[in-house]
Design a protein around this ligand. Structure first.
Ligand code: 6PG
Length: 223
């Protein structure tokens, strides 16, 4: 793991957007298409605001989420909605979107079709992840019903219900996260920094983010 500290959040968001753009450009120079996985939640919006204006060959980029909440796209909780509003706009509107949500009642109903499509875009070329203060990443939560499958199973996409998540989720498995060619985590604040330090001393079953720290660059600003 490499830890990068920034003077403030704004500098981090701009700097990290630049890092992601240059890695996408680099992969686009050697591959016909590249896959780019990003988190939802409250942290990455400003990164998307910068990235969407970057001049790269977006029509050869397949964008996907690291995890999705099983809610319709018009819900304020939908990560897809966040992407459509802040990443898949401007120049990045040319990117292809690989969905993690379908209009089925439960993740289990929608999953086979979504997983089959996702598999054609693996391994992920460039991945950005978030992390919670409870040490979850993507939607691999401590104490979740399918934690073991997400950490140790072969499925690329896993449905997940957890005490820390208000709605059912689907998440890329730890195997898919760890298989990404470039991997970054973005976190803000002292609580998350301390959680990250704690995770480094724990097992993935206790602290799911620990499963993917090796080879990952963690970007942090206090505020
Ligand atoms: C989600 C995310 C999740 C997120 C962390 C951090 O759907 O919530 O994809 O993995 O990255 O929970 O969330 P915040 O950025 O809101 O703190």
């Amino acid at each position: 793991m490499e830890f990068v500290e920034y003077p403030d959040v704004e500098a981090m968001m701009i700097g990290l957007a630049g890092v992601l753009a240059s890695q996408l450009r680099q992969h686009l120079s050697t591959q016909d298409t590249v896959s780019f996985a990003v988190p939802g939640g409250t942290t990455p919006g400003p990164i998307f605001d910068s990235l969407c204006a970057v001049d790269i060959d977006w029509d050869r980029v397949h964008v996907m989420l690291t995890d999705e909440r099983w809610v319709p796209e018009d819900s304020a909780r939908s990560n897809t909605r966040l992407l459509r509003q802040r990443l898949l706009v401007g120049r990045a509107a040319q990117a292809k979107y690989v969905p993690l949500y379908s209009d089925h009642a439960t993740p289990e109903d929608g999953l086979p079709g979504l997983a089959a499509q996702l598999e054609t875009h693996l391994p992920v070329s460039v991945m950005l992840l978030g992390m919670g203060a409870d040490m979850h990443t993507a939607s691999i939560f401590p104490g979740a019903d399918r934690l073991h499958d997400a950490l140790h199973g072969d499925d690329v996409l896993v449905p997940m219900r957890a005490p820390g998540a208000p709605e059912p989720r689907v998440t890329l498995s730890a195997g898919v996260l760890a298989g990404a060619m470039e991997r970054h985590i973005v976190i803000i604040g002292t609580e998350k920094r301390e959680a990250l330090e704690r995770a480094r001393t724990l097992t993935p079953d206790e602290a799911p983010v620990a499963a993917i720290l090796k080879g990952t660059k963690v970007h942090w600003a206090e505020s």
